[in-house]
Ligand binder design. Structure first.
Ligand code: SAH
Length: 255
């Protein structure tokens, strides 16, 4: 029993659930309740339309405490900057496809990243009417689409939160019984490090006039997708940053 409780606490301490641009405060409250039912205690908000709000606290029932200590951000980039694994949830496929996995696969990934790489993880949910923007989705390593009837794929926000939290709890319980565990030698790069790497790569591409800055088309999204999907570690990020800096130095000496 204590082993299970300890592992659930460890997973809870390494995770946060982020709601972006929620319109209905009732959904925020219901999401807090869904999380607490599954043993999770951290919910954070990006630009909620109405919060704090009595309707949120009413719907949270016995999970009011986790709403009381929520943090509010003005943008998602800031909210995930210290996270090593960012999972975006979306009912729809987007124009530049990102890796899309199931809720179960995401839960497996989350457990392994927390246990083997000491990662901080965020699971991100979008607006009730239009989900996450493409820009917000591009901050994520992978996307989860919860399997539904194709004719009606859009779940209520708090129900999507419930399913994700349930799967992560299930995975936590089965992790205890599995003997497979491998420790990686270097921690994962956090979101801010990966963002700096992408910006640096873009600088290099511009300096060597690799693309038409007036018309980059989908190039930058594809480069971003590559780095996000690779889930690079801290040392790999430093190797690339060092290489980019060396290229810049050479270029400056030439010109
Ligand atoms: N009409 C929106 C759906 C918004 S539902 C859209 O087309 O994207 C509000 C949020 O609940 C979504 O942003 C997502 O975070 C989550 N959600 C709803 N249905 C989902 C599904 N089938 N798979 C994954 N996430 C889902």
């Amino acid at each position: 029993m204590t082993k299970i409780t300890n592992l659930i606490t460890e997973v809870d301490n390494s995770m946060k659930f982020i709601l972006v641009g929620s319109t209905h405060p009732g959904n925020i409250g219901a999401s807090a309740r869904a999380l607490k039912n599954m043993g999770f205690n951290k919910i954070e908000l990006v630009n909620p339309k109405a919060f704090p709000d009595d309707r949120a606290f009413y719907r949270a029932k016995a999970a009011k405490d986790i709403l009381e200590k929520t943090k509010i951000y003005t943008n998602l980039k800031e909210a995930v900057k210290d996270c090593h694994l960012v999972i975006g949830t979306s009912a729809r496929y987007r124009t530049v496809p990102w890796p899309v996995i199931t809720a179960k696969e995401a839960a497996y990934d989350i457990l392994h990243c927390i246990k083997e790489r000491e990662a901080s993880v965020a699971v991100v949910f979008g607006r009730e009417d239009r989900g996450l923007t493409n820009e917000e989705l591009s901050l994520c390593n992978v996307h989860v689409t919860i399997e539904t009837d194709p004719g009606y794929s859009s779940l209520n926000l708090s129900q999507a939160v419930q399913i994700m939290a349930y799967e992560i709890r299930q995975q936590t319980l089965s992790f205890l019984n599995s003997s497979f565990s491998q420790t990686w030698d270097v921690p994962l790069a956090d979101s801010q490090e990966t963002e700096m790497l992408i910006t640096h790569f873009d600088e290099i591409m511009k300096e060597v006039e690799f693309y038409d800055t007036e018309n980059p088309r989908k190039l930058l999204t594809r480069v971003r997708r590559f780095f996000k999907r690779s889930k690079i570690d801290h040392m790999e990020a430093n190797i690339f940053r060092g290489l980019f800096a060396a290229i810049q130095k050479k270029l400056r000496n030439i010109s």
